[in-house]
Design a protein around this ligand. Structure first.
Ligand SMILES: Cc1cc2nc3c(=O)[nH]c(=O)nc-3n(C[C@H](O)[C@H](O)[C@H](O)COP(=O)(O)OP(=O)(O)OC[C@H]3O[C@@H](n4cnc5c(N)ncnc54)[C@H](O)[C@@H]3O)c2cc1C
Length: 354
């Protein structure tokens, strides 16, 4: 069976890698960009390059349901697959297994105590730390009156991950065509800037680009983030992701950190506005409030990218819109986390056709 995957961000790359494990599939991945996702840009042409790779499973407030199952499946997948991918490709994928620490600025913790109970029944650890515990563990943090610690949550470098998925899929026979923009589709025939591709099954995982190909409204929601360097590390201990008021601090090693991200909506008509300086400053202000050592940090780079948000429906969209044409898109703020469960769903649908 000939399968064409349109779009090679983390979603398309994970689908390609997982499908490459099935024999008798002839897989082609096309992407409009001239190269796979790149590190160290300032303006990303895809969401994946811009992502912080924070994987919020147990610490998400969702108590049950499909979205929570997808989140937890994502974390389990990375726990098992990162070393498999590293061995296969010889690449290293920075993967933080220290969990996520969510700072609390009010002492109304009832909802968290309840969630701890829910998670306990799901065999997932979640801890409520009081201020003394927090000060003892991480004395460089300020202002928080308590914290929620989720040891099973993770963070992964999205660019290193996606590049390794592509490399792994290539080694297993997947054909990648970069610099190939999809212009239209008729059934399973895809028109591209480089000619027509005939296939038996089409997966569209083109993020915000999906709306240019199919009748679905995926809106771009801009996110800015920053890479900073400090004179010395915040701590001698390995750090979890630290998050407060929806602002994340991600440890990179060598006294370097990512801080982000803003959430900037487009206009009613769907037009993307330029990155908002005031919103960016506000993210930094928030981060400095709970982590004062960030004040005066050296700025290595700041960047932005566009998250694909499905308009008027929950993220993500995984749906056959015609026989043998599947959308796997609209992952909005959690595409890195949800890519593995998305790939599993796509794989299941395709296996049924074999
Ligand atoms: C600042 C920021 C921080 C984020 N942080 C996190 C986080 O901590 N955790 C998390 O899980 N998620 C995070 N996200 C969200 C995450 O980045 C996205 O949900 C995810 O990357 C979506 O992946 P994707 O593969 O669907 O889309 P993309 O990465 O956008 O990839 C789509 C690809 O399709 C290609 N394409 C588009 N149109 C066409 C066409 N017509 N023809 C051919 N190719 C086409 C594009 O070139 C692109 O490479 C963040 C996003 C941003 C912007």
């Amino acid at each position: 069976m000939r399968i064409t995957i349109v779009g090679c961000g983390v979603v398309g790359a994970t689908i390609a890698y997982e499908l490459s494990k099935i024999s008798d599939l002839e897989i082609t991945v096309v992407d409009a960009q001239p190269t796979p996702v790149q590190a160290d840009l300032t303006e990303y042409p895809n969401a994946t390059g811009a992502a912080l790779g924070v994987l919020m499973g147990a610490i998400s407030k969702k108590e049950k349901g499909r979205n929570l199952r997808m989140r937890l499946a994502g974390i389990q997948y990375y726990n098992e697959t990162v070393s498999e991918l590293e061995e296969l490709t010889g690449r290293s994928i920075p993967f933080n297994r220290q969990g996520i620490l969510m700072l609390q600025f009010s002492d109304d913790l009832e909802v968290w105590h309840r969630l701890v109970e829910v998670r306990r029944k799901q065999d997932l650890a979640l801890e409520v730390w009081n201020q003394e515990r927090l000060k003892l563990e991480f004395p460089f943090l300020d202002r928080a009156v308590a914290a929620i610690y989720s040891p099973s949550d993770r963070q992964i470098n999205p660019v290193a991950l996606t590049q390794a998925l592509i490399e792994g899929a290539k080694l297993r026979g997947v054909n990648f065509q970069f610099g190939t923009k999809v212009i239209g589709r008729q059934n399973q025939q895809i028109q591209t800037s480089q000619g027509v591709i005939e296939s038996d099954y089409v997966v569209i995982s083109a993020g915000v680009g999906t709306s240019g190909i199919e009748k679905i409204d995926i809106r771009p929601v801009l996110g800015q983030a920053i890479h900073v360097r400090l004179p010395k590390p915040l701590s001698d201990k390995p750090l979890p992701v630290i998050t407060g008021d929806d602002v994340h601090i991600v440890t990179l090693g060598n006294s370097e950190y990512w801080v982000g991200a803003t959430v900037e909506f487009p206009t009613e008509a769907g037009e993307v506005l330029p990155p908002d300086r005031a919103m960016f400053d506000e993210v930094m202000r928030q981060a400095i409030k709970f982590c004062p050592a960030l004040k005066g940090a050296e700025i290595v780079r700041s960047w932005f990218g566009l998250r694909p948000r499905p308009q008027g429906r929950p993220a993500p969209v995984i749906e056959e819109i015609e026989p043998n044409v599947l959308l796997a898109t609209g992952h909005y703020r959690n595409g890195v986390l949800l890519a593995p469960a998305t790939a599993a769903e796509v794989q299941e649908k395709i296996i049924k056709k074999l």
